[in-house]
Unconditional design. Structure first.
Length: 243
């Protein structure tokens, strides 16, 4: 498969403190790639740099073109969309209005199919249709995550970046969310998944990277990472003797 996203030697600093050190990763078209690691590893910082909300050094090539100098809006228009860790919904606005905000750039560009995307989102997330007239702030945690995903899909992403989609959710809801993520791959959307729930991330992804203190320390096919004694002991709750 061809590479949709290629990140090479990416570094990000907060003042004099470097949070990400020369990280390289690739997302093949039509694949799910996971980035796992502990709190403070630089995972969210990595996504922010790719999205363009943080300054970085290195190279970011998307769909064969360098995007280092593109604005966030230009990256979104090109099909690069981020669902942030905190979801950043508008709690006092209706569910339907939150979804339509996701299609703002498409509507502004005169995309006549933007409104049709709403029906597709409601078909994928029936609970959002049921709650379309509710304020987003009244939704449960799982429903808010569905709304954040639905809003991102309204932008017609080619590469969807998810930052900790399971954060704060009950185990049953986590399974549902990851089932949705797996189903999105079948629609042709490529996914870059940042997640502390290493087990769920590796089960749903094709390839994975382990980030620790800003460095990529291990990478490989997700099945190989799940069988790696170091990964199992550190992130899957298994001792090396159990593997």
């Amino acid at each position: 498969m061809s590479a949709l996203l290629q990140v090479r030697d990416l570094s990000v600093a907060y003042g004099k403190v470097e949070a990400v050190h020369g990280v390289s990763l690739t997302v093949a078209a039509g694949s799910i790639v996971s980035v796992i690691g502990p709190n403070g590893a630089g995972k969210t910082t990595l996504l922010a740099a790719i999205m363009g909300t943080l300054a970085s050094s290195g190279s970011i090539v998307y769909d064969g073109h360098a995007i280092d100098r593109l604005t966030v809006e230009q990256r979104v228009s090109a099909g690069l969309v981020l669902v942030p860790e905190k979801r950043e919904l508008f709690g006092s606005m209706k569910v339907a209005d939150n979804l339509m905000l996701g299609a703002f750039a498409r509507l502004r560009a005169g995309d006549r199919n933007a409104l049709r995307a709403l029906d597709d989102v409601y078909a994928r997330f029936p609970r959002l249709r049921e709650r379309m007239h509710q304020d987003a702030g009244t939704l449960s945690g799982g429903e808010r995550q569905m709304l954040a995903l639905g809003r991102a899909l309204m932008a017609k992403p080619r590469l969807l970046m998810l930052d900790e989609p399971s954060l704060g959710l009950a185990p049953l809801v986590v399974r549902e969310i990851f089932g949705i993520v797996a189903a999105l791959k079948a629609t042709g959307v490529s996914i870059l998944l940042v997640e502390q729930n290493a087990r769920a991330a590796l089960e749903v992804s094709d390839y994975g990277y382990v980030l620790e203190t800003g460095d990529c320390v291990i990478e490989g096919p997700s099945a190989d990472l799940a069988a790696n004694p170091r990964v199992a002991a550190s992130y899957l709750g298994q001792s090396a003797t159990q593997v």
